[in-house]
Design a binder for this molecule. Sequence first.
Ligand SMILES: [Zn+2]
Ligand SMILES: [Zn+2]
Length: 146
Amino acid sequence: MEKHDQLQDALHSLKNTKVRMTPQRHAILEFLINAPTHPTADEIYKALEGKFPNMSVATVYNNLRVFKEVGLVRELTYGDSSSRFDSNTSHHYHVICQDCGKIVDFHYPGLDEVETLAEHVTGFTVDNHRMEIYGKCPECKKKQQH
Ligand SMILES: [Zn+2]
Ligand SMILES: [Zn+2]
């Protein structure tokens, strides 16, 4: 989906909820949709504090929670690092840079057969699975070479 359409879509679906749209909310949502790196609340705050001097990290966090509750963003937690936020709520995998922590989307067919096999072997009813791929991003590789 085009970024512009995605924002319009998100704004439209917010209209059908009780969530009130404020300039800050709009800016946070827009930033998140245009950011391919799955930013943390802190990164969003730093990017927008010039525009909204009265905004705090807590405000950003609360707004992200609201978006999460209405299903517009996904919260990603990896280990003990702070949560990152993803405006792409459809099924996809993540490739994570172990040097800078950047997360990039990776589209690959869902590993349904792994879920089926896990059910057969363990007797569980499987609802979901997580797969993360770790490595070094092109930027960090470049830094290392020079
Ligand atoms: Zn990196
Ligand atoms: Zn993602």
